[in-house]
Design a protein around this ligand. Structure first.
Ligand code: 5RP
Length: 228
C-alpha cells in the first residue's frame, strides 16, 4: 500500500537536505521509497562532485539498484557498523514514532535503521500526524501463517487486508519472500506497546511501527525544509 500523498519537490528538498549530514568515511543505511531515492541520488552526486568516500547498506532491492546507478559502494551489516541511516516514513507523530512499510521493505529497514548510530527520517508535510493510525500498520508474515495472524489481528481490533500486487496476480511478495498484511487500527494509543504486541504473534516477521528510534526528522516543504 503506497502512500501517494506529498509532492516530489518537498520529497527532494528533504532528501537533499539529509545528504548534507553525510560525512567523508561514513557507512550509510540507505532507506527505501521515493523520498529516500532523492537522498541516495544526492549522496551519489557528492561522491561524483566532491570525491567523498562512503559506503551504503541498502534496505531493499530498490535502494540497491539506485545506489548502483549512482556508483555508491555497497557493503553489508556483516562487514560494517552504520554511522547514519536515512529513511522515509508513511506517518510520523510528534513523539517521532513512525509507521513504515508502504513499500513493504520495513523488515530490512528496521534492522538497518536500528543498527545506525544516528537515524534521520525524511518526509514531506503530508506524513506528519498528531497520532499514528490513519495509515494501516504493515505486518510482514510468513505466508503459511497469514490466516492465523489475520485472526489474531482482528481479535486485537484491526481490520486486515493481505496486500495485493498491482502488476502480478496474487499477493505482494516482500524481498524476504513473505506476505504483507495491512492492519488498520481505530486508534493506536501506545505505538511502543503495539510494536511489541504485533511481533509476539507467531508467524509475524516484523511490523511497520518504529518507536523510539529516530534522532531527527527533516520535513520537506515546497520551498525548503524544517527540522525537528
Ligand atoms: C518502504 C517505506 C518508505 O520509506 C515509506 O513507504 C515512504 O515512502 P515514500 O518516501 O515513497 O513516500 O517504509 O517500506
Amino acid at each position: 500500500m503506497k502512500n501517494t500523498s506529498g509532492n516530489s519537490s518537498s520529497k527532494k528538498n528533504a532528501g537533499y537536505k539529509a545528504a548534507e549530514y553525510v560525512e567523508d568515511g561514513m557507512v550509510l543505511g540507505l532507506g527505501t521509497g521515493s523520498t529516500t531515492h532523492f537522498f541516495i541520488e544526492k549522496v551519489g552526486m557528492r561522491i561524483r562532485d566532491e570525491g567523498i568516500k562512503v559506503m551504503g547498506i541498502p534496505t531493499s532491492f530498490q535502494s540497491l539498484l539506485i545506489a548502483k546507478e549512482w556508483n555508491i559502494p555497497i557493503t553489508t551489516l556483516e562487514e560494517h557498523d552504520i554511522d547514519l541511516s536515512v529513511d522515509g516514513a508513511d506517518e510520523v507523530d510528534c513523539d517521532f514514532n513512525l509507521i513504515k512499510g508502504g513499500g513493504a521493505a520495513h523488515t530490512k529497514e528496521k534492522i538497518v535503521d536500528y543498527a545506525a548510530d544516528k537515524f534521520i527520517v525524511i518526509v514531506d508535510e503530508s506524513k506528519v500526524v498528531e497520532e499514528l493510525g490513519t495509515f494501516p500498520v504493515p505486518v510482514e508474515v510468513l505466508p503459511d501463517a497469514s490466516r492465523m495472524v489475520i485472526k489474531t489481528l482482528e481479535d486485537m481490533g484491526a481490520t486486515c487486508e493481505i496486500r495485493m500486487a498491482q502488476r502480478k496476480d496474487g499477493p505482494v511478495i516482500t524481498d524476504n519472500g513473505n506476505f504483507v498484511i495491512d492492519a488498520k487500527f481505530d486508534n493506536i494509543e501506545s505505538p511502543a506497546h503495539l510494536e511489541i504486541d504485533l511481533n509476539s504473534i507467531p508467524g509475524v516477521v516484523e511490523n511497520g511501527i518504529f518507536s523510539q528510534m529516530v534522532d531527527k526528522v527533516i520535513i520537506g516543504t515546497d520551498d525548503g525544509t524544517k527540522e525537528l
